[in-house]
Design a binder for this molecule. Sequence first.
Ligand SMILES: [Zn+2]
Length: 94
Amino acid sequence: MTIRVPESNCPVCSYRMRCSLPIDGGGAPRPGDISICGNCGVQLLFNDDRGMDLLSNETKKSLDAETRQTLNDATKIIMERGYIVPVSSKFPQR
Ligand SMILES: [Zn+2]
């Protein structure tokens, strides 16, 4: 089920995000939950300001192997598909 979230922009591609699709069947995302930008595939972390930050390598290393693999698989699929919304020319095109 898609859940509306406060609008925020991807810190990498500036894609405007307004909804979330929890893969664990949970409710609205909370600070500390992990996400992926559906436009560029970057791995993100919901922050305390109801926005998203880049997922740090330190946090990523703290995840179990299955979760890391799921994240990497999803990012790969999105990157191979390419952007769904064109991004500024300052970002590399794939
Ligand atoms: Zn993005």
